[in-house]
Design a protein around this ligand. Sequence first.
Ligand code: B12
Ligand code: SF4
Ligand code: SF4
Length: 414
Amino acid sequence: MYNVVGNTALLTLILCPPITDLHALFIVEQPLANATPSPVAEPRLQTLATGLKQRARELGFQQCAITLPDASMEAEQLALWLERGYQGEMHYLEQHLEKRLHPALLVPGAERIVMVRMDYLPPDTSTLTTLADPDKAYIARYTLGRDYHKLIRKRLKQLGQWLQQEAGSETEVQFRPFVDSGPVLERPLARNAGIGWVGKHTLILNRSAGSLFFLGELFINLPLPVDAPETESHCGRCTACLDICPTRAFPEPGVLDARRCISYLTIEYRGAIPIELRPLIGNRIFGCDDCQLICPWNRFAKRSPEDDFKPRHALDQADLLTLFNWDEETFLRNTEGSAIRRTGFEGWQRNLAVALGNGRGGEEVLQALRAKRPHVSALVQEHIDWALERLESAAEPSPLPILSHPGAKRIQDY
Ligand code: B12
Ligand code: SF4
Ligand code: SF4
């Protein structure tokens, strides 16, 4: 929290070892205000809200909308989702349930949540061509450049400071920014703010921007007027995302079994990837975009103007073999300031071994796998053995369901 009165950052963050990622931050709640802020007249609140949205656009957010700190309508489904174990080993999702459903318990004093979205699609990165080339590594398009958490958090802080200055001495505005960094149900809150609807692939979709954007939010202690929620789904009878998911990760529309999702398996999960899912992962070594690429609404997705989201180290079309041959030092150097570090060097090698096993093979690949084997952990060794066995038995590559779907003709190569 950024407190203009005391000028001290009161946000207390305790990093839960050994996971050093933002999802695992344990937030100790601190009130936004020790004293109730002075009341502000209705017309002035309206002017501040209009100015705030304008300032958000100037700061690079494509949309900004205001909602109440209330996600209680998710209670039943969230409990059911967790009961079914769909969260896999993301145990942090089981914690702070009351705070997720009632965000004012997370940030006492919060009167409103200002939701923002920021497009992330980088300029032409030949997405489908890379996905279809078994020698190339596919990295989800949201993470080819700089870690978005840092950029969005910084801009949200600037947005909050603008509000403080604008309110001036009228009232003590206080705020706290989040992006993926706390027990916040960002998608229901974004829907409540009217940013979009929750698509059958579980992500927020907007009619003029698709879904290729990040969400972030600012908790504030000022009762600004709220925006109308999105109450309709515009998915209609479409089921494209459900049909083409390579690992069949949707047990039903709008419900994700994360344990089967390639994004979870390649980023969040630390163990041995289930053998039956390995061939379906193809060349995806960090995250997956298929359910979004096939979505007809993403024809309206906009390119991001942010330089920070442009690919670094040509990661948009790197060769699998080149990445597999990186040592730990190279991995750490080339992923500095990137969200890719989240998978760790062991996870990186594990994912690359699976992708190489799904590839075309050849003498150079076989030699690289054999040469690396003695120098890696038991976990990676087991994945290398799987890859070698698969390549030596000349197993057929798994089909790419996204390319055989009738809707594929409409997909741009982004
Ligand atoms: C954990 C997490 C993941 C997990 C789990 C995903 C998930 N669907 O929850 C994994 C690692 C798989 C993941 C993957 C991705 N993620 Co993610 N992820 C998150 C995170 C940190 C928390 C989400 C959460 O709370 N999930 C909890 C469950 C309970 O939510 P849910 O799946 O929506 O479940 C609800 C419905 O299923 C519903 N429900 C409705 N009907 C029914 C019926 C039944 C019977 C049941 C049981 C449930 C049910 O109940 C649940 C309660 O609301 C958010 C950031 C945040 N703080 O919100 C980002 C976030 C959702 N991710 C994001 C992104 C970009 C991605 C990826 C696209 C990245 C990639 N390219 O690889 C993929 C997309 C995969 C997908 N199709 O969802 C963005 C989405 C932006 C947007 N436009 O919506 C977010 C918001 C991050 C951000 N700040 O921008 N992610
Ligand atoms: S991200 Fe990939 S694996 Fe996960 S649900 Fe979407 S299509 Fe399926
Ligand atoms: S692919 Fe179709 S069903 Fe899936 S989110 Fe997009 S519009 Fe909805």
